[in-house]
Design a protein around this ligand. Sequence first.
Ligand SMILES: [Mn+2]
Length: 293
Amino acid sequence: MFDTATLLDPPAATGRPSIPDWLDLPDPRGFRPKRKVRTVWISDIHLGTRGCNAALLVDFLRAIECETLYLVGDIVDGWRLRKGWYWPDAHNEVIRRILKMAHRGTRVVFVAGNHDEVLRDYAGLTFGGVELVLEAIHETADGRRLLVQHGDAYDGVVLYARWLAFLGDKAYGLLLRLNVVVNRVRRMFRLPYWSLSSYLKKRVKNAVQYVSNFEEAVAQEALSRGADGIVCGHIHCAEIRRIGAVTYYNDGDWVESCTALVEEADGRMHILDWAEENRRAAANPVREGELVA
Ligand SMILES: [Mn+2]
């Protein structure tokens, strides 16, 4: 009936199974030179929600090159998708960009979070070059051991005011939606991205108290595990802070602040605020000729 030979892919010359064509498509020509760092941590992308700043994230991933990329949880928002499918092209582009990085030799480690907790059942497996894990230990170039976790495990430990009372609150959901509207209007006036919700979060007393309690609980865990520090996400508040004998790192998020945590070749670490970088770039636009390195 069928000629099976025409249904199957021809065996690749290398003997390796064939892969999707788009993985090998080159980047647009004349693109700005990539910033090279040792490690990148990003989390709380919340793909599948309207609040996700996917275009800004794709712009960031295109601009950077790293040996290891940690996806620190809440990458895909399973909670939101369960209520109804929302998946624009820009969200596909994020996935493709990450798979391309893995294909080109970046080690990609995905630490599952609470919004993508369904993936926790698959911890230990590798998909398309992406290692799925529950937590990871990262060794920095200067020899420090950092525990990498999403951070939702500490929700119950923080006693002052449960994050859920704020993060899971209807008012917070409304605030995030308002954020989308505010930025749609800002785009109309050609104004760069600005987060209303992070602005407010830093000024509401309960939220500030929650964040500092969360940071201390997380630091305590790093200490008890004998790590030099901990990297997490979850609370959408990027931070680098010394707490007692350990360093607390939070890579922020791509719903509100649009931040990543990066490690340079010598082990120095800092937070990259991509919305801020874009604001600066908009203020001093690069001329066409300067784009080509
Ligand atoms: Mn989370």
